[in-house]
Design a binder for this molecule. Structure first.
Ligand code: OKP
Ligand code: ZN
Length: 359
């Protein structure tokens, strides 16, 4: 018999969508770019397409705040609580403003990722679109992120699943996740992001590969401004896929920021919704190939709200194997090419990464 494809009818794609209306409270006021309108717009697309006939919806089970101590210090948790009551000022250097109730708002979103992880006992795939706070550090908020649900879920998951791969396609480096788990060989940390002089957060070059036991378990793909679907996918196929295959994860955490989209106001990458779909196909296949399908998707950044919602919808439709015809009208017209200069640079990054990681 011919070898069956990774997404043949033999694999199942039962998907759960973790959601609370309380998620909408995690939205920064005024002209701050991070708005929960993205999540509302995604829900609306999914409802319009009848996706919730196929996908179950579940509320997050709010975790005890002691669970946060897996990745955060007690002092930092107390600091967030104080700032939440105060309801003004900043948690960091002017990126992450406090608002009244920010502690509870952050806690429920992080809880959603923990709930999604638990639900993977009953489902093949779980989505917490309210998660993906990849910049938060042990003792500090950063880049709109209060508590790092990605690192938390990875740490909780490794006890049960052994090897866990995090694949982060947000347009910014997943620095919090990387450094919280930098010496951990049980979590493969993969991040593809824009990397450029003075660009936030400043880390994520290809030579950051982990420390101690964790050496070789961090893979950064730094991409220049102007990188389009073509070269992004080439880097994904030639570096990310082989690295993940070598690692053989038993669970994949897929961190999907919508800010790698060409229309994002903060990041100068050039993915289209079609590029996001292609990435999702690869991650989905890898999950079925190694992890018995176990795939946890989170959201993350995304500052063109419409483009982010459509990119997320494309990814979810792939993971849950919803009718692609139904989703045709959410897509950008066509894929976008890299600028000539970006192409040249990405080809060099790919060669460098192949050498460093022995791929
Ligand atoms: C969060 B996520 C200089 C400007 C930094 C912060 C960007 C946070 C992005 N202080 N802006 O990864 O989309
Ligand atoms: Zn981002």
């Amino acid at each position: 018999m011919a070898k069956m494809s990774a997404r043949s009818s033999s694999s199942s794609h039962r998907t759960v969508f973790v959601w609370s209306d309380e998620y909408l409270k995690y939205s920064f006021p005024g002209d701050h770019p991070f708005k929960s309108l993205r999540e509302s717009m995604l829900r609306k697309i999914l409802e319009t397409k009848g996706a919730f006939h196929e996908i179950d919806m579940r509320e997050p089970e709010v975790v005890d705040e002691s669970v946060l101590e897996t990745v955060h210090s007690r002092d930092y948790i107390e600091f967030v609580k104080r700032m939440s009551i105060r309801g003004e000022g900043y948690l960091d250097d002017f990126d992450t403003p406090a608002f009244p109730g920010i502690f509870e708002a952050a806690l429920i979103r992080v809880s959603g990722t923990v709930t999604a992880l638990k639900l993977l006992k009953q489902y093949d795939h779980a989505v917490n679109i309210g998660g993906g706070f990849h910049h938060a550090k042990r003792d500090a908020a950063s880049g709109f992120c209060v508590f790092n649900d990605v690192a938390l879920a990875a740490k909780l998951a490794e006890k049960e699943y052994g090897r866990v791969a995090v694949i982060d396609v947000d347009g910014h480096h997943g620095d919090g996740t990387q450094f919280l788990l930098y010496d951990d060989p049980n979590v493969l940390k993969v991040s593809l992001h824009m990397y450029h002089t003075n660009f936030f957060p400043g880390t994520g070059n290809y030579d950051e590969i982990g420390v101690g036991e964790g050496e070789g378990y961090t893979l950064n793909v730094p991409l220049p401004p102007g990188t389009g679907d073509d070269l992004y996918l080439k880097a994904f196929d030639e570096v990310v896929v082989p690295k993940v295959r070598q690692f053989k994860p038993n669970l994949i955490i897929f961190v999907v920021g919508g800010d790698s989209h060409f229309d994002d106001p903060l990041v100068e990458l050039r993915l289209t919704t079609l590029g996001y779909l292609e990435i999702a196909k690869r991650v989905h296949s890898l999950a079925h190939e190694f992890a018995g399908g176990k795939l946890l998707m989170t959201g993350a950044g995304g500052y063109n709200y419409d483009a982010t919602a459509r990119s997320w919808a494309a990814v979810i439709a792939e993971i849950a194997q919803l009718d692609p015809v139904e989703f045709e009208d959410i897509h950008d017209c066509c894929m976008m090419a890299s600028s000539p200069l970006a192409k040249e640079k990405v080809l060099k990054v790919i060669e460098e990464l192949k050498k460093i990681h022995g791929l």
